[in-house]
Ligand binder design. Structure first.
Ligand SMILES: [Zn+2]
Length: 69
């Protein structure tokens, strides 16, 4: 496939959900619109009790990028 990482993290983040993705499709939306250009992340363990999760409209635990381009 010849993907260049250019010194970025190489960690993919779904543009739509902002969740970090380790597979070929996003576990949340099933999409494949990923970016490796993102900054900051938050680990949400308990979405029901997390203000950040509510703000980000996250309902599942996981690692989420704060800013995604
Ligand atoms: Zn997604």
């Amino acid at each position: 496939m010849g993907m260049a990482t250019r010194g970025k993290t190489g960690i993919k983040v779904c543009r739509k959900c902002r969740i970090m993705v380790e597979k070929e499709i996003c576990a949340l939306c099933g999409g494949s619109d990923f970016t490796t250009t993102w900054s900051g992340f938050v680990i949400i363990l308990d979405p029901a009790k997390s203000g950040i999760a509510k703000k980000m409209e996250v309902s599942v635990p996981g690692k989420f990028a704060l800013r995604v381009r």
